[in-house]
Design a protein around this ligand. Structure first.
Ligand code: PLP
Length: 412
């Protein structure tokens, strides 16, 4: 039995930062294994939201009064923290969005509508989340472009040879998930970016799952865009960031008009603001952006390496312990993966398992995980997915494995 944990982390101390973990669910201590859907929030993040509303709620950028200045400074500080967090070359390359879905839609609309032409190709993989499929389908339909898909193998991996073969002179955009939410697979996005650039295509990275589980250095990855969500990295829901290289962002035409994104408005002609503001129309989600900074700082304070080591130990232990469950079938056994364990159990419907686990206080996700084409590929309706975060423990996984054995015993 594996008992490895990253030695530097005091998990019990970390757990105290997350008030929600103290509660009981259905009379049992909460075991929260639905982190790929959304992580829990530390009190540093929760407090930042109420501090904003209690202390300096004001609209940003154009107000001259003290509260407006304080709010603007806090909002723009968050941008600086994220520039460092993803190692963007310039702070203006960080756009605040509602999250990954919003970021990818922004690229599809603001880049795709202007630059895609009939017959152009967009390349994605078979393991993409719907939010990295549907926006491309929509713009492809509008522009007469073609969506192509890199296949996955039985382990849930893609091959660089396939990627290379599928990128042609017509490929304009390659958009790939960094870490799969259904399988955990970590894709070689840096290598894929090289292949994309060799054919003058742009590289888009769906970083929804990666930001708290993988090293994110957009300059090193050399991606053109990186979209991510705050709520999957201990931050609030409804806010995230889109990174884009300055030269590309400057060429793009905003797809949402309104306040903030303009330079000058007249009935005859409107000119647009500079980046990043030209993509931030309307009053943004100020409180949550301010709190999102605390999430990035929280990760940095613990250390991404420490978090990754702990999560890897949990994942390895989960694979070992769950292998003892009769009739289990794992989906996603890639050599490199984040802390996601996805599986089915013979003769047990994922929904039944999910409900029986909930009765024991264990929160997992069941279903297609917004990756229906991937489920179709494997010929299944969905999986049971346990996804781990820094506050999870080996003991929780042991209880989970034992609970699954009980459930299987009831069904047989
Ligand atoms: N991409 C991946 C890999 C995801 O896991 C998710 C959410 O589960 C998304 C995109 C969409 O993120 P959001 O709903 O925060 O926009």
């Amino acid at each position: 039995m594996s008992t490895a944990v990253a030695p530097k982390l005091d998990i019990q101390k970390i757990r105290k930062d997350f008030p929600i973990l103290e509660q009981k669910v259905n009379g049992k201590p909460l075991i929260y294994f639905d982190n790929a859907a959304t992580t829990q929030k530390p009190k540093q993040v929760i407090n930042a939201i109420s501090e904003y509303y209690e202390g300096y709620n004001a609209n940003i950028h154009r107000g001259l009064h003290s509260l407006a200045e304080k709010a603007t400074t806090a909002f723009e500080d968050s941008r600086k923290v994220f520039q460092k967090f993803i190692n963007a070359a310039e702070v203006e390359e960080v756009i605040f969005t509602k999250g990954t879905t919003d970021g990818i839609n922004l690229i599809a609309n603001a880049y795709g509508r202007k630059f895609l032409q009939e017959g152009d190709e967009i390349l994605i993989t078979a393991m993409e989340h719907h939010s990295n499929i549907v926006p491309w389908q929509m713009i492809a339909e509008e522009k007469g472009a073609i969506l192509k898909v890199v296949p996955v193998n039985a382990k849930g991996e893609i091959s660089l040879d396939d990627v290379e073969k599928l990128i042609t002179d017509k490929t304009k955009i390659v958009s790939v998930v960094y870490a799969s939410n259904s399988l955990g697979t970590v894709n070689p996005v840096k290598d894929i970016a090289k292949l994309a650039h060799a054919k003058n295509a742009l590289m888009v990275v769906d970083g929804a799952q990666a930001s708290s589980h993988c090293v994110v250095d957009v300059q090193n990855l050399d991606c053109d865009f990186y979209a991510t969500s705050g709520h999957k990295m201990y931050g609030p829901t409804g806010c995230g960031i889109l990174y884009g290289k300055r030269a590309i962002l400057e060429e793009m035409t905003p797809y949402q008009g309104g306040g903030e994104m303009i330079d000058n408005v007249s009935f005859e002609k409107t000119t647009y603001n500079d980046i990043p503001y030209k993509f931030e129309a309307g009053t943004p989600n100020i409180a949550d952006v301010v709190a999102l900074k605390k999430a990035a700082e929280y990760i940095d304070a613990i250390g991404k390496d420490n978090i990754m080591a702990h999560e890897q130990a949990l994942t390895q232990h989960a694979h070992e312990r769950l292998s003892e469950v009769p009739g289990i079938n794992f989906y996603g056994t890639a050599a490199e993966k984040v802390s996601v364990v996805s599986f089915t159990i013979d003769n047990v419907h994922p929904y039944d398992a999910g409900m029986m686990l909930d009765a024991k206080g264990i929160a997992v996700r069941t279903g297609h995980h917004c990756t229906q084409p991937l489920m179709d590929h494997f010929g299944i309706e969905g999986t049971i997915r346990a996804s781990f975060s820094v506050y999870n423990t080996i003991e929780e996984i042991d209880f989970f494995a034992d609970s699954l054995k009980d459930i299987v015993a009831k069904f047989s």
